[in-house]
Design a protein around this ligand. Sequence first.
Ligand SMILES: [Zn+2]
Length: 298
Amino acid sequence: MAYIDEMLQIDLCDGQVRVMLCETTDTVQRCADIHGTTPVCTAALGRLLTGTAMLGIMMKGEKETVTVTIKGDGPMGTLVAVADHGKVKACADDPKVDLPPREDGKLDVGGGVGHHGRMSGIKDLALRKNYIGQSELVSGEIAMDFAQYFTVSEQQPSLVALGVLVSGNTVLKAGGLLIQPLPGCPDEIIDQLELRSPMFADISWEMTFAPIEQLCEDWFRGMNPRILERTPVSYTCSCSRERMEKALISLGRKDLRSLIDEDQGAELVCHFCRSRYNFSTADLNAMMARAVKGEAET
Ligand SMILES: [Zn+2]
């Protein structure tokens, strides 16, 4: 079944609160299919993808992208997600880690990611300098870690809910919610939002009952929710033969030479979409000439 995932940008109380609400079921399913993830890793990567999509959609410039890296002390190793507006992709060192469920029956995402470590965000602002924000992991459950990241590195207090409901290899529902009171937002409104937070704590479960537009109406009743913008979200990788060539050339002459002499060619696999790119010795020899030229110029 084909879903179309979407991010809704919403404002509440006449612009005093910014909200992002999205469904990412299809996006997370594609991620699970590509990486052959176990349920706990599907949930971890799915939550990371969903949170990163929110950051991606906040970026204003056309060529701006954001990369979120989680380096925790869990068995999944490093998790990376990249968002180019609504186009997202993710990978983990080990996406096949399997863990028993937690005592409450939920997937042990924190156990897979690790409870200690760092989350960092790198914004590639095209012509301007990259902005780097960092925060300590709070729980490794990812939603709270994103909330901490917004508070610490962007000085923006935020409420974040991220959820992935999985059954075996199937993603039943995935989505996320971000609530940010803007500067000057009265305390009564913030109190209201906090009172309502249990309603959206288990977001993917709620999504099995109603589409996100309906949830938005229900959760923010009386707060004048207005949908300002809708952006498609999808799992998309922008790798290409050309980019892989650049990566090979950047290895330098010595490594290229050993690929030619010892390996008789090279096969590169994209970390994000598992696409394979094969280069023959003739291809590599041509690159060698370019690498030599590049070295002479620098
Ligand atoms: Zn790729």
